[in-house]
Write a protein that binds this ligand. Structure first.
Ligand code: ATP
Ligand code: MG
Ligand code: MG
Length: 370
């Protein structure tokens, strides 16, 4: 069987590996962590850094290569692309890694963002910046789960926040009147061959995704528009693979603005494992092999709930899985991480139900019983 390569062996890499193996491929995982969740399933685990030349040379022998790790060096991907098909491209990954470039591309695609400006040096903070207050100063790179963000109300606070970020490149974004958050996964092979999954309604707790409810409880026209926007952005990027597009629902008019993108399968797409015709990892496998995406159809309303290390006991013992394990509409996925830490994603579960509201209610109840 053909050998597929993946940069990164976290839970996304693990679920990718399971999908690829099931579909008849072998998998090589590159990840510096000897206990990387994907290692248990991979045919080969290259335990090395993402810029390790010898490891990259081995990965370059794979039939195709993809990534699950947001901050993989784009140059490593560009090197690999000289030897084997790499999707998404290093260029697309580089854009998603930098909020300044990312927002420029969103606008280039003719889509709205929250009002923003780049702040790369103290002089970038001008009188005009006041129009973006109250706002959020986000580091241009390396932020996730709300890390690297400082909320600011005044120009003085903005200056302090920029200094607190250490003077690195930032984006100042105006606070929008957030009525909801959704995400759309695009599965794109080429311009003529792209499909989107139904938008997921995302509910965060402490800056971390807690629940994704599908279908999103929004008017059909808004959902349709979200799918079109995500696909337009993928087209503009000439993206190949699975792309996650996060959108804000703003104001009474429920205007959609693009928040950010992730160049990979996404936490808000984990419900596809149990509730869709094909799941997001199968789609990634298909597309990297040059095959068209399969049907994205939602088979049942559902709610995905993340399980963080927070629900482990003080003494390190596991949560009470039994209520989850005995509910016939709940599907538990564990990522095989040895140590549970606060805020660490240890697993998730998906509940299927007759409608989205009921799925969400059951998921929150089961989560409380952990
Ligand atoms: P992720 O883990 O999704 O990659 P992140 O650290 O990259 O998160 P963002 O998605 O940019 O951060 O923002 C985190 C959350 O902060 C958003 O989901 C949203 O709830 C809130 N937020 C971000 N920007 C704005 C804004 N301009 N106005 C209002 N709320 C915002
Ligand atoms: Mg992000
Ligand atoms: Mg986000």
């Amino acid at each position: 069987p053909a050998m597929l390569g993946i940069l990164g062996g976290g839970q996304l890499g693990r679920m990718f590996t399971v999908a690829a193996k099931t579909m008849g491929y072998q998998v090589t995982v590159l990840d510096p962590d000897p206990y990387a969740p994907a290692a248990a399933y991979a045919d080969r685990h290259l335990c090395a850094c993402f810029d390790d030349q010898a490891a990259l040379a081995k990965l370059a022998q794979c039939a195709a290569v993809t990534t699950e790790f947001e901050n993989v060096p784009a140059d490593a991907m560009r090197f690999l692309a000289q030897h084997t098909p790499v999707s998404p491209s290093g260029d697309c990954v580089a854009i998603a890694q930098n909020r300044i470039q990312e927002k420029a591309w969103i606008q280039k695609a003719g889509l709205k963002t929250a009002p923003y400006q780049a702040v790369c040096k103290p002089e970038d903070i001008t009188d005009a910046s006041a129009a973006l207050l109250p706002g959020i100063l986000k580091t241009a790179t390396l932020g996730y789960d709300g890390k690297g963000q400082i909320r600011v109300k005044t120009t003085d606070e903005l200056r302090e926040a920029f200094a607190a970020h250490g003077g690195v490149d930032c984006v100042l974004e105006k606070m929008v009147d957030l009525r909801g958050e959704i995400s759309v996964l695009v599965c794109r092979l080429n311009h003529d061959c792209a499909l989107t999954f139904d938008p997921a309604e995302n509910i965060h707790e402490n800056g971390i995704l807690a629940y994704s409810v599908v279908p999103a409880r929004l008017p059909a026209a808004v959902q349709q528009q979200a799918r079109q926007m995500a696909q337009r952005l993928a087209d503009e990027l000439d993206y190949v693979g699975v792309l996650a597009v996060e959108l804000f629902v703003v104001g009474d008019e429920q205007t959609l603005v693009v928040n950010e993108i992730a160049p990979r399968p996404h936490n808000s797409g984990h419900h596809t494992l149990n509730a869709c015709a094909a799941d997001q990892f199968q789609q990634q496998v298909r597309i990297m092999c040059g095959l068209p995406p399969a049907d994205t159809r939602l088979l049942s309303p559902c709610c995905m709930a993340n399980i963080l290390g927070d629900v482990w006991r003080e003494d390190g013992s596991e949560p009470n899985w039994l209520p989850l394990q005995t509910d016939k509409n709940a599907y538990l996925h564990q990522y095989g991480k040895s140590t549970a830490r606060k805020g660490r994603k240890m697993g998730h579960f998906t509940v299927l139900a007759d409608d989205a509201g009921q799925a969400f209610a059951t998921a929150t109840k089961l989560h409380q019983l952990l």
